[in-house]
Design a protein around this ligand. Sequence first.
Ligand code: ADP
Length: 153
Amino acid sequence: MSIAVFPGSFDPFTKGHEAVVRRGALIFDQLIIAVGTNTSKQHYFSQEQRLKMIESVFADEPKVSVRAFSGLTVDFCREVGAHHILRGLRDEKDFGYEKNIAVMNRDLDKGIDTVFLVTDPAYSSISSSILREIAKNKGDIRPFLPNGMDIEV
Ligand code: ADP
């Protein structure tokens, strides 16, 4: 069985993330969304809120599960038996950043490879950091979040 981990901060989880998960679920038998605590980022939504919001989106999708994690992504992959890390690429800036992480992760564990999905243009301008700015300033971020998401704002 092929298992992939889609790690991220997901602060918040957006329509762009959702599209990556739905496409990833066509490739892998099991997809685990790993909601991390990125030490260099300050969170807007608590980890508990992010987990609940994401779970509400994929409640009817048996291939997709949601887990909290901290520490190295490759350690989490080993823990759950995943040989692939799934990531989304919006543009060349994402590529530069993601390429370095993918190379480092492969140095850490040659048995784990990163698979990239290029974002649908409709979602390529959606970023969690911009949504956090909008939310902080009392703007409505719901149009950028998955339909049916149980949002706690
Ligand atoms: P991290 O803090 O690990 O960068 P993010 O939650 O920002 O976590 O992003 C998780 C993954 O989703 C990354 O691979 C990122 O490039 C990708 N991603 C972010 N926004 C989008 C989007 N709009 N469309 C597709 N992929 C995206």
